[in-house]
Design a protein around this ligand. Structure first.
Ligand code: SF4
Ligand code: ZN
Length: 717
């Protein structure tokens, strides 16, 4: 270990500890010991303190206790004093950040604390490989062009950048914004704050992953540190400036296995016990920096080879093309457009063929910014089935969006595509859409797709004619799906994708109940199994029915028991109260019992207000997640509400007494239709929302007034 680094680190750790003492004393003098401290939208209090020390900090008084513990801290004796001082520094920094929030000094030019819900959405993307790593970047780059180069490189490799720190007021965020780079989570660039203290938000973000997904309890710091080391592919990139506090903080990061890569001249540090490879590495050449980071942290990048003149990666999926940047658009309100994928016979498909009939986007009428567009994709595959067509067709959205400067919204004949001026100037033309679809269908679906050809049409008469044909097929597909019931198949599918985070969680996906994240229908799972026979989606023949009302079968129970590491004995597909399915953390909605109302409520992720259960979505999520069964509470995909099997063991939709207005509107007509079908034509108006009730008293008086059917149903408990 380098003497200089150790000395600097110790100095820094002492300085932070002193500052924390002083700041806490000052805060207590100003407010009082009972003054509340918290971070927004989290169930984990001050997450790092909670995870490592098992203390639930709610007030300034609690922080005094914490500080005492920090002073004598020796969590990881075998690593040596300096690493423990590093951890102590991180813990102090979390206190300082909480005090900054209390004083309204944070967030500072960034999002500050990262709420649980963002962590959940990132978690899912980490599982499915869209995100390959997390770069915690401290300080600005040496100049603005280097900043853009660095970040674009990370984006194209699926690495999310979290930014903190400044040198004389200059930040990476400013450098990027000055060059017109779009920031935000959907673009994989998240400014945490312009001061160095904001780096703590990256740390208390990482430390929640083992709590949410790994099933670890606060205080199990060894397991928690190990989980971060092995499953959170993060590293620290230190640019342009270092001081003793940063060194102390860096030692804290190293204790969790996060290596430091820097453009500064510093003593190098080889592998230590906690890191996979080198602990501290210098690289001055900005062109080589990203790959140095990736190699040092051992990140596996899944990259697509797509021959288009613009950068192509999942990081560009969420990027919008605004009016000012618009070169040309298709569909939406601008023109007639649709996309359509079908399977064909082997000799009808010429692999790699991309043909455009009609004018390209460099031959628009003067003043025009749009064209009609039909995207017709023909695939052939020995293992291709008609049922997979819609599954593959839905990927067009994602694949087109991955191109930088392209925006794709919707599907089928409700699509809307925009191409930016920038992409156009770089040489993007319509045929590149075909190039993308050909490459990506092969790349991701090689198990069922052998040949792909793409035809594009931009003449109105062609598009009109072809659309008529496609529409017929769309209708047929809808009918086939809506006719499918749980009884009509003898095999359900598992999804174990989330086990990499919630090791005991098993989703069972049936035609009438999709996965709780909303991303996997029975058809999707079936297709995924064909594509990857040893993957997370496995067929489960139902076997003998054990209880028809609850929805229990012997084979399903056995499968779940095996795959949940024996933590779940039986699972009811249709019940909320009796052995309900477990939840991992990705659920779109939560169903929760409201005993006083003899019914249930449903709340979706985007609703941040209070619910009549006395809990917000976030608080409920803390109850439901982690891969355990919690009778009375259930994480579900939105569309399950519209299923005839929605908690049918308890009486189904008739039990639904409350849901947020937005969710009601989202399900709208379909919910209304279903209510009519079950003989409750007024149910939609009888279901309360936040405009009439956010407490259980308000809810009860509303339900009585409108005579909600749940009131007179048989008791739920
Ligand atoms: Fe995770 Fe279930 Fe969605 Fe699969 S279906 S990704 S296990 S939430
Ligand atoms: Zn999940």
């Amino acid at each position: 270990m380098s003497e200089i680094l150790t000395q600097l680190g110790e100095k820094g750790a002492d300085a932070v500890l002193n500052l924390t003492r002083k700041s806490l004393d000052a805060a207590i003098a100003k407010s009082c010991k009972d003054a509340q401290v918290s971070f927004p939208e989290t169930n984990y209090y001050l997450p790092l303190i909670n995870a490592l020390l098992n203390i639930e900090v709610k007030s300034l008084g609690d922080l005094v206790k914490v500080l005492k513990e920090i002073e004598g801290l020796n969590l990881i004796p075998y690593l040596g004093g300096i690493f423990n001082k590093g951890i102590a520094t991180l813990l102090c920094e979390e206190i300082l950040a909480a005090l900054a929030v209390l004083n309204n000094d944070h967030p500072k030019d960034g999002i500050g604390f990262i709420p649980d819900k963002i962590l959940r959405s990132l978690g899912l993307q980490l599982v499915d490989g869209r995100i390959s790593g997390i770069a915690v970047i401290l300080g600005p780059a040496k100049d603005a062009p280097s900043a853009v180069g660095l970040i674009r490189d990370f984006q194209s490799k699926g690495i999310v950048s979290l930014l903190a720190g400044n040198i004389k007021g200059n930040t990476l965020q400013k450098q990027l914004e000055g060059k017109g780079v779009e920031l935000g989570l959907e673009n994989y660039i998240v400014p945490l704050g312009s001061d160095y203290l904001s780096v703590i938000y990256a740390v208390n973000f990482a430390v929640r992953a083992p709590l949410i997904y790994g099933g670890f309890k606060p205080g199990q710091w060894q397991g928690i540190a190990e989980y971060i080391r092995n499953r959170v592919p993060a590293f620290i990139l230190l640019l342009g400036h270092v001081d003793e506090v940063i060194v102390a903080t860096g030692f804290g990061g190293l204790a969790f296995g996060l290596p430091v890569i820097t453009d500064l001249d510093v003593p190098q540090l080889g592998k230590i016990d906690t890191t996979l490879f080198e602990a501290l590495v210098t690289e001055k050449d900005y062109k080589k920096l990203p790959s140095k980071c990736i190699i040092t942290r051992g990140i596996k990048v899944k990259m697509a080879e797509v021959a288009v003149p613009v950068p192509y990666a999942a990081a560009f999926e969420g990027e919008r093309v605004r009016k000012e940047q618009l070169q040309v658009e298709f569909g939406g309100r601008a023109s007639l457009a649709f996309e359509f994928l079908t399977s064909k016979k082997e000799d009808e498909v010429e692999d790699g063929k991309v043909e455009l009939t009609g004018p390209d986007i460099d031959r628009l009428e003067p003043g025009s910014k749009s064209l009609p567009l039909a995207i017709i994709v023909d695939v052939y595959g020995r293992k291709m089935q008609n049922d997979f067509e819609p599954v593959l067709e839905r990927q067009i959205h994602r694949f087109v969006n991955y191109a930088m400067g392209l925006m794709h919204v919707g599907q089928r004949d409700m699509n809307w595509i925009r191409i930016s001026k920038d992409a156009f100037t770089k040489g993007f033309r319509l045929k590149h859409i075909g190039v993308i679809l050909h490459a990506m269908l092969h790349q991701e679906y090689s198990a069922i797709v052998d040949k792909v050809q793409v035809n594009l049409y931009t003449k109105k008469e062609d598009v009109e004619k072809l659309q008529g044909k496609a529409k017929k097929v769309f209708d047929e597909r809808d009918e086939r799906l809506s006719g499918m019931t749980d009884e009509s198949v003898d095999t359900y599918f598992s999804c174990l994708l989330c086990q990499s985070f919630a090791p005991n969680h098993v989703c069972v996906v049936t035609p009438e109940r999709l996965g709780l994240c909303g991303a996997y229908s029975w058809l999707d799972a079936k297709a995924a199994f064909e594509i990857m026979p040893t993957g997370p989606n496995q067929p489960i023949p139902k076997g003998r029915v054990l209880d028809k009302r609850l929805g229990q079968w012997d084979n399903i129970n056995e499968f779940v028991k095996n795959k949940s590491n024996k933590s779940i004995d039986k699972v009811s597909m249709y019940s909320l109260m009796d052995s309900p399915m477990s939840s991992c953390g990705c659920f779109e909605c939560i169903v929760a019992i409201i005993p006083e109302a003899n019914g249930v409520m449903v709340v979706h992720r985007d609703y941040s207000g209070m619910t009549p259960s006395g809990m917000s979505f976030t608080t409920l999520a803390g109850l439901v997640g982690g891969g355990v069964q919690t009778p009375g509470f259930l994480g579900i995909g939105k569309l399950y509400i519209l299923s005839k099997k929605f908690i049918s063991a308890e009486g189904g939709l008739r039990r639904l007494v409350w849901m947020p207005k937005e969710l009601k509107e989202l399900l709208g007509e379909r919910l209304k239709k279903l209510a009519c079908e079950i003989g409750e034509p007024n149910l939609l108006e009888q279901i309360a929302d936040e405009t009439v009730a956010t407490t259980s008293d308000e809810l009860l008086s509303f339900l009585n007034k409108v005579k909600h059917p749940a009131i007179s149903m048989k008791p739920l408990m």
